[in-house]
Write a protein that binds this ligand. Structure first.
Ligand SMILES: NC(=O)c1cccc(Nc2nccc(Nc3c(Cl)ccc4c3OCO4)n2)c1
Length: 248
């Protein structure tokens, strides 16, 4: 199960080496804090710690540790780095490197129009590089969007938030598809075949990357604007595609 997998891919952090400073976000499973971690070599690094609510369901606990065990297997400069987990005392935590500029959608909105084309392309390239790495190890993200990309002090972008990602379980390796049992699908970012047949693949992640590029070039406007999800699905099925954002 997820906790067994976790032990193989994640360090158990001694809670006494961790200090939490401020709340930086809230999520489905719990809150995210900025903090400091003292490493075994004595160095102190900035970290982010995602906590698991004490009243979390068994499924939430499994999903929480699935995300951590996924991150623990990754090793790429454009994929968020897992420092470790706390599982032996409450609250359970996932601890990662700290990305000081937060999520890409907020970063783009906050700096609306303030970036050069080179800066925007550099952010896009970083995401593409992280996703190329994930595809090379057969990981399908399934929720690639600007909200799930984190931005470092030097504007380096890293793929994060693997709550929906799954290792490719390919019945038919030539097609490399993952079948999902159910659960919410982020319609505006999801490929038509994934919505229709609930099949996800590296190809469907590429579709999501295209929507993310539109977000980058439009200062994180909402894809398809104020259309409801049914109109998005219907019009995309009919061949509609997002227009190039106006970029002066
Ligand atoms: N500057 C800010 O105010 C700020 C706001 C939001 C996030 C971060 N930064 C930030 N840095 C790293 C990770 C996260 N969030 C996150 C994710 Cl997405 C997945 C799993 C996990 C996380 O933290 C520990 O485990 N966040 C910084």
């Amino acid at each position: 199960d997820a906790e067994t997998a976790l032990m193989e891919f994640a360090n158990e952090i001694d809670p006494s080496s961790l200090s939490l400073e401020r709340l930086i976000g809230g999520g489905e499973f719990g809150d995210v804090y900025k903090g400091k971690l003292t490493l075994q070599d004595g160095r102190t690094i900035l970290i982010a710690a995602k906590t698991l609510k004490s009243n979390a369901s068994e499924k939430s606990c499994q999903d929480f540790f699935l995300e951590a065990s996924a991150m623990g297997q990754f090793d790429d400069p454009n994929v968020i780095h897992l420092e470790g987990v706390i599982t032996k005392v409450a609250p359970k935590m996932i601890v990662t490197e700290f990305m000081s500029n937060g999520s890409l959608d907020h970063f783009l909105k906050k700096n609306d129009g303030g970036f050069t084309a080179i800066q925007l392309f550099s952010m896009a390239r970083g995401v593409a590089s992280g996703m190329k790495y994930l595809a090379s190890i057969n990981f399908v993200h399934r929720d690639l969007a600007a909200r799930n990309i984190l931005v470092e002090e030097n504007m380096v972008c890293k793929v994060a938030d693997f709550g929906l990602s799954r290792e490719l379980e390919t019945a038919d390796s030539s097609r490399g598809e993952y079948f999902t049992q159910g659960g919410k699908i982020p319609v505006r970012w999801t490929a038509p075949e994934s919505i229709k047949y609930r099949t996800f693949s590296t190809s469907s992640d590429v579709w999501s990357f295209g929507i993310l590029l539109w977000e980058i070039m439009s200062s994180a406007q909402r894809p398809y604007w104020d259309w409801d999800n049914f109109k998005v699905m219907e019009r995309v099925d009919d061949g509609f595609r997002l227009p190039s954002p106006m970029w002066t």
